[in-house]
Ligand binder design. Structure first.
Ligand SMILES: [Zn+2]
Length: 239
């Protein structure tokens, strides 16, 4: 026996069961309406593996809905192999090597490696930049599945089914902010070095947070901030 002899590396039913275990540790959740009870397994020879039906909204789904695996033609057990190879080799693994080992096209291997990389890198970045006490609202992208474990709470809006908000759970504010930020960076500043990015973000944050103030008031608040900073600089330098 070796790690690689585990059934979910070779068998699609085992792979789907494994993904269910990872994504739904407390049992299945309907991706359409959010229900956690009255969810039934659909069985039959022509039925897709892991297909379920929600007794509330009557819609069908599998654990792949809302994840990168949903639209992928690559069987899930090969995704598990790819993830294992990518995570277990110290120096990483090239798309060429994945293509040879998994017996998928180079293009597919490249796509898989990138999607897996995204899933691996996102969490550390979020953990580093978001306070633990935060309730984070996101769309339904698969990379966010376990966000609730790392922060105070995790609200999800399912854009895929035309949902844009449920009470305080929505991403409208951040999307509005982002569109201003991106237009500003592209239109006015053109580009910026990574090491300066936080300053530009601070500038856009400031304008956004003070958006109810008049231009004059906003300038006054900004200047007050500069004065405060200068004092702090003097204090710290002993001048
Ligand atoms: Zn449902």
């Amino acid at each position: 026996m070796s790690v690689l002899s585990k059934p979910y590396f070779h068998d699609e039913t085992a792979a789907v069961a494994k993904l269910e275990e990872i994504i739904w540790p407390e049992g299945p959740t309907c991706p359409h309406c959010g229900a956690v009870d009255r969810i039934y397994d659909l069985k039959g020879n022509s039925t897709r593996i892991g297909l379920k039906k929600c007794g509330h909204c009557r819609k069908q789904f599998t654990v792949k809905v809302g994840t990168v695996f949903e639209s992928s033609h690559v069987p899930l057990h090969k995704w598990f192999q790819a993830a294992y190879l990518l995570c277990s080799s110290k120096k990483g693994i090239s798309a060429h090597q994945l293509h040879r080992v998994l017996e998928v096209t180079y293009k597919t291997a490249w796509f898989m490696a990138h999607r897996l990389r995204e899933a691996m890198t996102l969490m550390p970045i979020l953990a580093e930049n978001i306070a633990k006490e935060t309730t984070v609202n996101t769309d339904e992208a698969g990379q966010y599945v376990h966000l609730g474990r790392h922060f105070n709470g995790h609200g999800v809006v399912r854009h895929g089914i035309g949902e844009y908000g449920r009470g305080e759970t929505h991403t409208n504010t951040i999307e509005g902010y982002f569109s201003i930020f991106k237009r500003g960076m592209k239109g006015v500043y053109q580009h910026c070095a990574k090491k300066h990015l936080h300053r530009y973000v601070a500038e856009f944050n400031f304008r956004y947070n003070e958006r109810d103030a008049s231009d004059g008031e906003r300038s006054a608040i900004a200047l007050a901030g500069i004065v405060g900073k200068r004092l702090m600089y003097r204090d710290s330098s002993g001048a």
